[in-house]
Design a binder for this molecule. Structure first.
Ligand SMILES: [Zn+2]
Length: 244
């Protein structure tokens, strides 16, 4: 069965290709701290949510797309004082070498979402290694850190090879999510809000994307509705514990 997310993510990859943003990669290795193992669910070794007894949620964004849309989204997060987590595509960071620092300076978490946003599950071990290493290297170059978290591209869940390779570069757990806004499918503002609000609960990790107007249109309402439901958006490091 075709995973609609993978299809959409493949479209994102083709967009990057059109923009000529696919770049070469190089190896790098550093270490991250531990993430509480108990947060990994029984169904997957990935972290798909935080504590179900604490009314926090994490807005996690795929970091790619146009700079103008990124700036609009960051402005909404700033004006609403909403902390978030951005899983950045390395080629996107490289194309605009000020965005990584801007995200961190705004108090958000910044993580690795591979160098070129290829289909992580389908890559050879060598190619997967270079994709994770390339983004880690870009993060280190731009921010001095390889980032706190890793999310594979083109798949909601990791594979054993993805986990092994991520660990090599210091990412002890892969970050999945339990709430999908489907914003990458351009479903419209109302649907983005509804997709989140119908399934969000304590500890939810919500999948969202930079680079889509619907996300920007939905975000103010979404943030208000989350607060109205008693849920507070926090960074992943707040939800899961500090990762050095
Ligand atoms: Zn993505």
């Amino acid at each position: 069965m075709t995973n609609p997310r993978e299809s959409a993510e493949d479209l994102s990859r083709r967009s990057l290709l059109r923009l000529g943003l696919l770049a070469g990669v190089a190896g790098v290795s550093t270490l991250a701290g531990a993430i509480p193992a108990q947060i990994a669910t029984a169904a997957t070794p990935d972290i798909a949510h935080g504590s179900r007894s604490i009314p926090n949620v994490a807005l996690t964004f795929h970091g790619a797309g146009s700079k103008a849309l990124a700036q609009k989204l960051l402005a909404i997060l700033k004006s609403t004082q909403t902390p978030a987590t951005v899983f950045a595509v390395g080629a996107w960071l490289k194309a605009d070498n000020s965005i990584a620092k801007e995200i961190l300076d705004s108090g958000h978490d910044l993580g690795n979402h591979t160098m070129n946003h290829l289909q992580s599950k389908t890559l050879s071990a060598t190619k997967l290694d270079s994709e994770i290493a390339g983004c880690a290297k870009e993060l280190i170059t731009l921010t001095g850190s390889h980032g706190k978290f890793f999310r594979p591209s083109g798949t909601q869940y990791s594979t054993a090879l993805i986990r092994k390779t991520a660990l090599k570069y210091g990412y002890k757990k892969c970050i999945s999510y339990d709430v999908d806004s489907h914003d990458y499918q351009d479903v419209g503002k109302a649907a983005v809000v509804k997709n989140v609000m119908t399934s969000v609960r304590n500890g939810s990790i919500i999948s969202l994307h930079f680079g889509h107007q619907d996300t920007i249109d939905a975000l103010p309402t979404l943030i208000t509705d989350l607060h109205d439901k008693g849920l507070t958006p926090v960074t992943l490091s707040t939800m899961l514990g500090t990762i050095k």
